[in-house]
Design a binder for this molecule. Structure first.
Ligand SMILES: Cc1ncc(COP(=O)(O)O)c(C=O)c1O
Length: 452
């Protein structure tokens, strides 16, 4: 059956008439109807008009439990009363000044206190910017240009980081080291020349890459769990070898914690006792407002104020460390204390267990991955260790699952990712479980092969 003939697909279209009409109108002035490429999906995304705690409401009045959480950023759900109050109190005295504001220091101190490898912090406006600046810092300190990264890793939208994450090269040996291609039109070939691509969770690939290219690598950037690449946790040995190899070869290790900072009080790195040189952060540290941050050891952070490294490393941005983002972020991070992370993570474990049981019963071709407060449903039987396994998933079943859940008042990302937020309880997880069972039964009754 063609996916557009599915009752699930048709019901989504019917239930979201205002969103469909809005998408058509918006396309006149905004290509595809939304500026955010990663929110586009077939047949069209619904448009949200309100968020409140664990729920959002769309243009058609559909209310859903938001397991998407703006790609994990909204860890306290929407319009959290304390964050809203802090921002409302700060707004009347201005938002972004022409000289430094005093607000950023407290958030920087909080991050240094929590993440042992972070001794100093500079703020900017997004995770993409944080990664761009961290790479620049690594180049300034090491005097080298090339960057190592892993297949399936997502590090935001700078040119260097938009190469090789998708359209993986078709080699299939366990030691995979390759040079990437642009993932998107308009990314220059030159960006690829400076990037070495390695297989995730493969110590062999790492050792080989460092043997061949170590002398020219400024940095290797890694997520302690593939986030956008499938919510696939790193294997401890992989990160251990990564730290050893980078240290030995004088390569800066950048830990990208834009998604994983939520996983533990000291961030994802603390779960592995990983001691990176630089750490990038964003999403949850802005309390729902735009922010990015680069933190790290003093010997690396000194590039931001030491001209002898060839000039001060640039961390710029008209709105960097603006009063509102850091006020919201500080409130959000104080609310996210060790106890609330622990209870989020145990709800996460219960969620994955609920999904696992349902998938085993109704959809043997699917599985769930994740850790902490994150999960992802994958329509593949491949062992989930790297990006190749994630990319083998059935795209049609993935889309139908997302639309079927949406029809049942649950929002997960179209790639199957879900994130918990602090307003959620066991009842939200139960609702997710029943919606998934309903969706899978409907898919089975339409004849979709859930056992592939
Ligand atoms: C690991 C990681 N790094 C960087 C980014 C980019 O962050 P932003 O979307 O704030 O630019 C993301 C975004 O999802 C991410 O997941």
């Amino acid at each position: 059956m063609n996916v557009t003939d599915s009752a699930i697909y048709r019901r989504y279209v019917e239930a979201n008439g205002n969103s469909r009409r809005h998408a058509e109108r918006a396309r006149a002035h905004v290509p595809t109807g939304t500026s955010r490429a990663l929110l586009r999906h077939a047949p069209f995304p619904f448009y949200t008009v309100k968020g409140e705690g664990a729920y959002t409401t769309d243009l058609d009045g559909n209310r859903r439990i938001d397991f998407h959480g703006n790609y994990t950023a909204m860890i306290h759900g929407h319009a959290h009363p304390e964050i809203t109050a802090a921002v409302m109190a700060r707004l009347p005295t201005g938002t972004a000044y022409s000289s430094p504001s005093v607000d950023e220091e407290a958030l920087a101190a909080l991050l240094c206190e929590r993440v042992p490898s972070v001794e100093q912090v500079v703020f900017n406006n997004s995770g993409s910017e944080a990664v761009m600046v961290a790479l620049r810092a690594a180049r300034a300190v090491t005097g080298r240009d090339r960057i190592g990264r892993f297949e399936g890793g997502y590090h935001g939208s700078s040119d260097f980081m938009l190469v090789g994450g998708h359209h993986l090269p078709s080699i299939d040996d366990p030691v995979r080291v390759s040079f990437p291609h642009p993932d998107f039109a308009g990314v220059p070939r030159a960006a690829c020349d400076d990037v070495v691509l390695m297989r995730y969770n493969s110590p062999e690939a790492l050792v080989e890459a460092v043997r061949r290219h170590g002398h020219e690598l400024a940095a290797i950037i890694v997520e302690p769990m593939l986030g956008a690449g499938g919510i696939i946790p790193a294997e401890p040995e992989f990160l251990m070898v990564l730290r050893e190899e980078t240290r030995r070869a004088g390569i800066a290790l950048i830990c990208d914690e834009v998604i994983t900072l939520r996983q533990a009080y000291g961030g994802g790195q603390s779960l592995y006792q990983l001691d990176p040189d630089l750490t990038t952060m964003a999403k949850i540290i802005g309390g729902g407002f735009p922010i990015g941050a680069v933190g790290g050891k003093r010997e690396f952070m000194r590039c931001f104020n030491e001209p002898e490294l060839g000039g001060t490393t640039a961390n710029l941005g008209t709105f960097s460390a603006n009063a509102i983002s850091v006020t919201a972020g500080l409130t959000a991070m104080r609310l996210l204390d060790a106890a609330s992370i622990e209870s989020l993570n145990s709800l996460g474990e219960a969620t994955r267990e609920t999904l696992r049981i349902i998938l085993q019963k109704h959809a043997p071709a699917a599985q769930v991955s994740g850790s902490g407060s994150l999960f992802q449903i994958h329509w593949t039987r491949a062992a989930l260790r790297d990006a190749r396994a994630v990319e083998s998933a059935d795209q049609t079943l993935k889309l139908l699952t997302c639309l079927g859940l949406s029809n049942r008042s649950i929002h997960i990302s179209v790639r199957g990712m879900g994130a918990l937020s602090t307003p959620m309880t066991a009842s939200h997880v139960e609702a997710l479980g029943s919606a998934l069972e309903g969706t899978l039964s409907e898919m089975a009754s339409e004849g979709w092969n859930l056992g592939l």
